[in-house]
Design a protein around this ligand. Structure first.
Ligand code: NAI
Length: 468
């Protein structure tokens, strides 16, 4: 075996810790520097705690909806302090697990803030006050991102929550105003609606979830209406005043200015890559106007022994994309040939109903002047969805008109955040829609809807009538 390389990974989020473990598996000598918490935003204040709270909101909703099945539960109560405590226990299990995994793989963990000294040295200001100098053959920057703050809405985690504050509530707001109708705004907005809040979402563009497949978004917008969530589009939050537990939010709309009264504001207008304190200039690196570090397909920055992975390395800012980039960087450092295909990064949104997609949208296919065929299948014609009482939504497959290769799959409906895995595999393996259609899918299951959507690309779905 060749001599192990000394690698420093900066950041222990889904990009950094995954990269560190893989480096150790590949025989390298690894140190991780983390300033706040193992597992990063994702495990501590993002994906995991939000999904735990969303699961609670969904359960509460299903208990209410179960009367249609003849089940009535009375005296259903929400103990918010207990919910937050339970959510924290889920987080603690996972972050504890990351610590144990790093230790078992003999990865050294240094808690503190790293900054470059030169292309072979990093200085760490440790959280215990000491300073440590680390030398390295290679470094991986995996410092993630932080929520964007807009003027007039400074996060105090009291009157104005960021997603972090929204995940440790002391009370359920009576009226929550959410600024930004993107991933986080809709996931948390819908969760609070289910936990009992009145919710108003302010979105700057013409619709929710900009950039996502519009057919799917229409279902989400319809569902928001049904749930009693008000979505105000082409609306900008300008500022707010606060008096006696009430906030008055000033907004600019197409038709002029107005005010909205609420008792809680949540601002979720995007995230910005985080590189503060790294002293990138010491190694001749600089971030672009949006704060990203440019990398090649091997995750190398323009300094050959310095890599970047995760949110800092570009869009989409998704945990699993970061983990994949961490794995790529680790393999390349260990001397392997490795890269990944951006077309195969799925996106999952835990709204109600859920939404998920992988590959190109119809709009992107048009922009690229690709000739396509489209098939779709509604969950209303899927036995399993009906028996789960969750038949809203559909699956849509976009295939190349000539080769039939699957170019994109978009879904909205029950458990689609799970179902998208099969679609990602299809694109990764270069499957055609016929391949999916020919694969026997167990009955009665939700993935049958994917099979039938694939059949429908060829006008052959059995459980819907398709005009020739
Ligand atoms: P986002 O980029 O998804 O959405 C921000 C929204 O705010 C956009 O729709 C934008 O038009 C709107 N906006 C911006 N400025 C505004 C203003 N002044 N007034 C009103 N609306 C305004 O960002 P979000 O929701 O904060 O999420 C951040 C990142 O976290 C995303 O990039 C996403 O990739 C990631 N994330 C992923 C999740 C998942 O995988 N399930 C869940 C949550 C977040």
């Amino acid at each position: 075996m060749s001599t192990p390389r000394k690698v420093v990974v900066i950041g222990a989020g889904p990009a950094g810790y995954v990269c560190a473990i893989r480096l150790a598996q590949l025989g390298q000598q690894v140190t991780v520097v983390e300033k706040e918490f193992l597992g990063g935003c994702c495990l501590n204040v993002g994906c995991i705690p939000s999904k735990a709270m969303i699961a609670a909101g969904s359960l509460l909703h299903r208990i209410g909806a179960a009367s249609a099945m003849g089940i009535t539960a009375s005296d259903v109560k929400l103990d918010l302090a207990k919910l937050v405590e339970w959510k924290q226990s889920v987080v603690a299990k996972l972050t504890g697990g990351v610590g144990i995994l790093l230790k078992s793989h003999k990865v050294e963990v240094v808690m503190g803030s790293a900054s470059f000294v030169d292309k072979k040295t990093i200085s760490v200001k440790q959280n215990d006050g000491a300073t440590k100098t680390l030398t390295f053959d290679d470094a991986v920057i995996a410092t993630g991102s932080t929520p964007i703050e807009i003027p007039g809405f400074k996060f105090d985690e009291d009157k104005v929550w960021s997603s972090t504050g929204a995940l440790v509530p002391k009370r359920i707001p009576e009226h929550l105003v959410v600024i930004g109708g993107g991933y986080i705004g809709l996931e948390l907005g819908m969760m609070y609606r289910r936990l009992g809040s009145k919710v108003t979402v302010l979105e700057a563009t013409a619709g929710a979830l900009p950039g996502q497949e519009r057919d799917c978004v229409k279902i989400i917008e319809r569902s928001m209406k049904k749930q009693g969530i008000e979505l105000l589009t082409e609306t900008f939050a300008q500022g707010f005043t606060h008096d006696k537990k009430k906030s008055t939010v000033k907004v600019k709309t197409k038709t002029g200015e107005k005010t909205i009264e609420c008792d809680q504001i949540l601002s979720t207008v995007g995230r910005r890559p985080y590189s503060a304190g790294l002293a990138l200039e010491k190694v001749g690196l600089a971030v672009d106007a949006k704060g990203f570090l440019a990398v090649d397909k091997q995750m190398r920055t323009k300094v050959p022994n310095i890599y970047a992975a995760g949110d800092i390395a570009g869009q989409p800012m998704l945990a699993h994309k970061g983990s994949k980039e961490g794995l790529v960087a680790a393999a390349v450092i260990a001397g392997q040939k490795e890269e990944y295909d951006v077309r195969c990064v799925p996106a999952v949104i835990f709204t109600a109903p859920e939404m998920a997609s992988v590959g190109l949208t119809e709009e992107q296919c048009k922009e690229q002047k690709l000739e396509i065929k489209i098939g779709s299948f509604p969950f209303a014609a899927n036995g399993r969805a009906l028996s789960l009482m969750e038949s809203e939504g559909f699956i849509k497959i976009i295939a190349d008109a000539k080769s039939d290769l699957v170019l994109g799959v978009h879904m909205v409906g029950p458990e689609v955040t799970e179902l998208v895995a099969e679609a990602a595999l299809a694109i990764e393996m270069g499957a055609t829609s016929e391949d999916i259609a020919r694969t026997i899918h167990a009955h009665p299951t939700l993935p049958e809807a994917l099979m039938e959507a694939a059949e429908s690309v060829h006008g052959m779905a059995v459980h819907i009538f398709q005009k020739k």
